[in-house]
Design a protein around this ligand. Structure first.
Ligand SMILES: Nc1ncnc2c1ncn2[C@@H]1O[C@H](COP(=O)(O)OP(=O)(O)OP(=O)(O)O)[C@@H](O)[C@H]1O
Length: 356
């Protein structure tokens, strides 16, 4: 009994809890039911992805989390405090624990980087010098110390989003909401921003909620996912469970249907290369022998080879690796390459065109 009581006492609230939330918009005399009876729990430190087709209700849901949008019915609790029951002043305090970043960065174009980052602190009444010091620290965190005096128009998209992230962190938020934060960025920049978000999540323990239409983003950093369809959550759980075993047709369409579009994972590019080039598969059992042989072969023949695929597998308890090499079309060169590799102890296999 005593242990139970202590456990109950210790029970920590989810950082975000959404209970039976519905949202109805009145639009030109008609009603749009954007959210229907949403229930969601997000625990501290999670990176929670919200995915769904356009118009599904993702933005409305995320805007309900900080009461930028007030639910028509239901409750939103942040660390156990119900936002609908707070006074205006209390709500402002609570909102300052929730920062947000956007697709188009929303920086103040007339202010330089350091002033953009200091801005939320100045509004909170922090002294200018102190705000600047904090902004400088944050600029270092996001890797832009040399851009303190630059204006947003002088920055790349990725740099602008880094500034927006630094600004979001200025108020020491507990929660960071990201609304399509990488959608305007190229694949490499997207990856570096996601790494930064992951670092922030690890370093400061900030809970991150991400809306995105890019499944590669979810795969890369989300620990948990909810799929929204026509205002309802149709699946939710850990990212691994949802992505490995999508149950509904909608979830499969979203997750599997987009796989090939994940250009920055290289899948598409790799497929193209696999289609075009003459190729051989090398099977090996000793990692160490692998790279020097390939490197020496390139030196010996003076001909470039493409590594189209490199993978390792566990075959009968023995770690095995395989690599598919794209090699020149010239049959004589191909024969020489094959001979060289076999002589150096690597096992070769023919590769059929439909090899994945
Ligand atoms: N202020 C509003 N007034 C009227 N209808 C709205 C309003 N905001 C959103 N809606 C409607 O609510 C539904 C959900 O919109 P929401 O923007 O949340 O979807 P979404 O999943 O974020 O879409 P997208 O991925 O295209 O941004 C849509 O039908 C939209 O037209």
């Amino acid at each position: 009994m005593e242990i139970d009581r202590q456990r109950r006492k210790k029970r920590v609230n989810p950082v975000i809890e959404v209970k039976n939330v519905s949202k109805v918009f009145q639009s030109k005399g008609t009603e749009v039911e954007a959210l229907k009876d949403i229930n969601l729990q997000i625990q501290r430190g999670e990176i929670f992805g919200i995915i769904g087709m356009s118009g599904a209700g993702k933005s409305t849901l995320v805007r309900c989390l900080n009461y930028l949008e007030k639910p028509t019915t239901g409750a939103v609790l942040i660390e156990g405090e119900e936002l609908g029951e707070l006074t205006e002043k209390e709500l402002r305090r609570k909102r300052s624990e929730i920062s947000m970043i956007f697709q188009h960065f929303n920086l103040l174009m007339q202010k330089n980087v350091i002033d953009n980052i200091s801005f939320p602190l100045i509004i909170q009444g922090v002294k200018k010098k102190e705000a600047r010091e904090k902004a400088e620290q944050l600029l270092e965190t996001v890797g832009l110390s040399d851009k303190a005096d630059a204006y947003p128009s002088q920055l790349s998209g990725g740099q602008k989003q880094r500034v927006a992230i630094a600004r979001a962190l200025a108020v020491n938020p507990k929660i960071l909401l990201c609304d399509e934060a990488t959608s305007a960025l190229d694949p490499q920049t997207t990856e570096s921003i996601l790494e930064l978000l992951q670092e922030i999540n690890n370093k400061y323990g900030i809970t991150i909620v991400i809306i995105t239409h890019e499944m590669a983003v979810v795969r890369k950093i989300c620990t948990h996912v909810a799929i929204v369809d026509k205002g309802q959550i149709i699946e939710q759980g850990t990212m691994v469970d949802i992505f490995n075993h999508p149950k509904s047709k909608k979830a499969r369409e979203l997750i599997i249907g987009q796989k090939e579009e994940d250009a920055w994972t290289g899948e598409k590019r790799q497929k193209k290369l696999l289609e075009k080039t003459a190729k051989i598969r090398i099977v090996f059992s000793e990692n160490s022998a692998f790279e020097p042989v390939i490197a020496n072969m390139v030196l010996k023949f003076g001909t470039p080879v493409n590594i189209l695929k490199a993978d390792t597998k566990n075959v009968g308890g023995v770690a095995k690796g395989e690599m598919i090499l794209g090699i020149p079309e010239d049959k004589a060169v191909q024969a020489d390459i094959k001979k060289y590799l076999t002589e150096h102890g690597l096992e070769l296999e023919e590769v059929m065109d439909d090899v994945e």
